[in-house]
Design a protein around this ligand. Structure first.
Ligand code: ZN
Length: 141
C-alpha cells in the first residue's frame, strides 16, 4: 500500500478499506490528512502513506439543515439536520468530516473538545456508492 501514489483518489480508496491515511513528508515529517503531493512546510515532494489512529477531538462543528442533493437523498433536512465538523487528530492534522451519533436538533449538547473516533460511512448506492469520512463521540454507548 505504500506504493500507491499520493492522491485524493487513493485517499478515498483507503477509506473504502476502512483506513484513514495521511501523507507524511519524508523530509521533515509533517503529516497531511487528506494527503498533499508536496509538503507545504519544506516543499519537498517525497511523501509516504501512514495510517492514522483515527482518534482525535472535535474543534468546530455546524449543524446543516439544507444540505447538498446527496444529503437530502439520505433524508437530511430541516427536521433532521446533519453535523459537519472539524476534528483535530491526535497526530495533529485537522480534517473536516461528518459527525455522527450527536443530537443535531440540540447542538448545545455537542461539545467542542470532546473525544471522537473515526468511522467510515457508506453513502449512495450502486455506481455512485462511496465511503465518506465520519467521526463519532468515543463515550457514546
Ligand atoms: Zn516537509
Amino acid at each position: 500500500m505504500a506504493d500507491r501514489p499520493i492522491s485524493d483518489y487513493q485517499f478515498e480508496r483507503f477509506l473504502d478499506e476502512d483506513k484513514l491515511m495521511g501523507a507524511r513528508c519524508v523530509g521533515c515529517g509533517a503529516l497531511f490528512v487528506p494527503p498533499r503531493a508536496i509538503c507545504t512546510k519544506c516543499h519537498r515532494s517525497e511523501m509516504e502513506w501512514v495510517e492514522t489512529t483515527g482518534e482525535g477531538h472535535l474543534v468546530a462543528f455546524t449543524c446543516i439543515a439544507i444540505g447538498p442533493p446527496a444529503m437530502i437523498e439520505e433524508g437530511y433536512d430541516r427536521n433532521n439536520p446533519y453535523c459537519s465538523g472539524a476534528v483535530e487528530l491526535t497526530e495533529g492534522p485537522r480534517v473536516v468530516a461528518r459527525i455522527e451519533g450527536v443530537d443535531t436538533l440540540h447542538p448545545e449538547t455537542i461539545k467542542i473538545g470532546m473525544p471522537v473516533k473515526v468511522m467510515f460511512l457508506q453513502q449512495g448506492a450502486g455506481e455512485s456508492r462511496k465511503t465518506v469520512l465520519g467521526f463519532t463521540p468515543v463515550d457514546k454507548n
